[in-house]
Design a protein around this ligand. Structure first.
Ligand code: PLP
Length: 387
């Protein structure tokens, strides 16, 4: 079969090599500590599940409006006002099948052949592939650990060409956990405005923050940047709703209309009763986040303490999300060899940084219980000591 050329242009994920092996080892009954998952290990809070069950019983089982249930769009508008003092109207919102679909829809509606999209690396692995799938050109800008892997205004400026259309910002970041401060964002805003770029701000980890770190949306930094900002978000990470597939974008009207047209011919609407769960996630008590944040916070500390015993491996102190991004360059191994050997010798599964554009790094997720985090870090220490 002659497949479309774009298939060969998109890279298959090397993370699968590790996760498939870890899965096979677990199936053999081996005690594997799994630091690979990009999803909370908690169940969706009960009141959200109840709302979806009720919606099912009430017959919310039909097609709905393409851009989302009006009640959910209103709840999202209120959320933006409440959390970020941003004024959107429901017409500025589209509900999508998860944050990943939000971003893909956006690329489809905004990016065409030859358009350049600036992506700081390390990056979430789907950004460049999405750009390629729609015919655009990802422009990868390496950032440095001394800046906590955050792009500087100079680095951004140097990557801009006449073909640059969009800049991808992700704070808190997957895979690094870095969170941009207001001052850092302000400096980026100046460059974005000077060059008439658009910025997509992927804020899916906005609620998962530690030690008083604050999430600032770039869209809040003035009228001009608000008009050039596209905010992507979803329910998966904050509310432990990964399987529900509900996300959303807030953006200028013209873009939302275009994305709605694309969505109308691809996925129609998001699962109707799942959207009712999402309404309750936003409108119900936010106390349900506290036990999850507390557990993530304890595991994060345990992971960072475990790392202190391995001086040859360094990592920025993550302010958000649920990842620690290790620099393993001193071991002389590339990220895949490191992860393969770690899994084989010590039964610890981690994601090679090569997947995120950083082949001297490894991502650990603390989406597993505290005892496993402590055990896994001890094994990592033993592994590094034998290298
Ligand atoms: N953005 C980032 C940075 C992510 O890490 C993920 C999921 O891993 C997503 C977006 C997509 O989330 P979902 O499609 O599950 O809502």
């Amino acid at each position: 079969m002659k497949l479309a050329k774009r298939v060969s242009q998109v890279a298959p994920s090397i993370t699968l090599i590790i996760s498939a092996k870890a899965k096979a080892m677990k199936a053999e009954g081996l005690d594997v500590v799994d630091f690979t998952a990009g999803e909370p290990d908690f169940d969706t809070p009960d009141h959200i599940k109840e709302a979806a069950k009720k919606a099912l019983d009430q017959g919310k089982t039909k097609y709905g409006p393409t851009a989302g249930e009006p009640k959910l769009k209103e709840a999202i508008v209120k959320k933006f006002k409440r959390d970020s003092q941003l004024d959107y109207s429901p017409e500025n919102i589209i509900v999508t099948n998860g944050g990943k679909h939000s971003l893909f829809n956006l690329m489809l509606a905004l990016i065409e052949d030859g358009d350049e999209v600036i992506i700081p690396s390390p990056y979430w692995l789907s950004y460049p592939e999405m750009v390629i799938m729609v015919g655009g050109k990802p422009v990868i800008v390496p950032t440095s650990a001394v800046n906590d892997y955050k792009i500087t205004p100079e680095e951004l400026k140097a990557a801009i060409t006449p073909a640059t259309k969009l800049f991808v910002l992700n704070s808190p970041s997957n895979p690094t956990g870095s969170v941009y401060s207001k001052q850092e964002l302000q400096a980026l805003v100046e460059v974005i405005l000077e060059h008439n770029l658009y910025v997509v701000s992927d804020e899916i980890y906005e609620k998962i923050l530690y030690e008083g770190t604050e999430h600032i949306s770039i869209a809040t930094l003035g009228e001009e940047i608000f008009k050039r900002s596209i905010i992507s978000n979803g329910f998966a990470k904050s509310y432990a709703m990964t399987g529900w597939r509900v996300g959303y974008i807030a953006a200028p009207l013209e873009l939302i209309k275009a994305m709605t047209t694309m969505q109308s011919h691809s996925t129609s609407n998001v699962c109707t009763f799942a959207q009712y769960g999402a309404i309750t996630a936003l409108e119900g008590s936010q106390d349900c986040l506290n036990p999850m944040l507390k557990a993530f916070g304890e595991r994060r500390i345990a992971m960072l303490e475990g790392l202190q015993a391995i001086p040859s491996i360094t990592a920025p102190r993550p302010g958000g999300a649920f990842y620690v991004f290790l620099d393993v360059k001193s071991t002389g191994l590339n990220s895949l060899s490191f992860c393969q050997a770690l899994l084989e010798r010590q039964r610890v599964a981690a994601i090679p940084g090569g997947s995120f554009g950083a082949d001297n790094c490894v991502r650990l997720s603390y989406t597993t219980d505290l005892a496993s985090v402590i055990k896994g870090m001890k094994r990592l220490e033993e592994f590094v000591n034998t290298l």
